[in-house]
Design a protein around this ligand. Sequence first.
Ligand SMILES: Cc1cc2nc3c(=O)[nH]c(=O)nc-3n(C[C@H](O)[C@H](O)[C@H](O)COP(=O)(O)O)c2cc1C
Length: 181
Amino acid sequence: MPDKTFEKIKQELKKGAYKKGHYFKYFTLATLGVDKFARLRLVALRNFSDDLKMTFFTDKRSKKVLHIKENNRVSLLFYHHKKLIQLRIEGIARINTDQFQIQKSWEKIGTEDRKDYITAEAPGSTIDDPAQLEYLKEGDYFSIVEIDPFRIEYLRLKRSGHTKIKYYLSETGWKSEYLVP
Ligand SMILES: Cc1cc2nc3c(=O)[nH]c(=O)nc-3n(C[C@H](O)[C@H](O)[C@H](O)COP(=O)(O)O)c2cc1C
């Protein structure tokens, strides 16, 4: 297994979670809508743990949460614009219900950023005037979503030759195969 590349992927994802402006700070998350349409949106990577768990924050009234509750298999897409690296990740998502962790994360969020999770109406609701958006004083809609990947497809474009590697979780741990890029 090309361990060196796997380690580099982990390092870059870690940087994405903690380094401002890193190309892996935002990723496209795909869920399957109830109408069986693929639904895509950008979210911010908030944590990447040593066991590869990826975390993002959201409003529990949002569509993506509804989708995940219906079907917890999700796809993620990261792109490193400078290194020309694409990561296509598949995993299992779960809504973290640990109140202690939710509270701890909530306390670290600044007043302005909290607004993302305390709109009076649910995200995606129709409104007459965006300037009249109302916020709740407090809200218990803030939620943490964690994704455990089971497949990572790495693609690096290079003039001298592209590299594509598939990493997948087996019963004995992560394994890999080179693929035709
Ligand atoms: C740069 C950027 C970062 C975003 N980060 C998040 C995020 O971390 N969490 C989130 O719920 N929505 C985030 N959004 C908004 C989502 O893309 C999306 O519009 C919203 O969450 C509603 O999605 P849904 O209706 O599919 O659930 C972000 C949007 C942009 C443009």
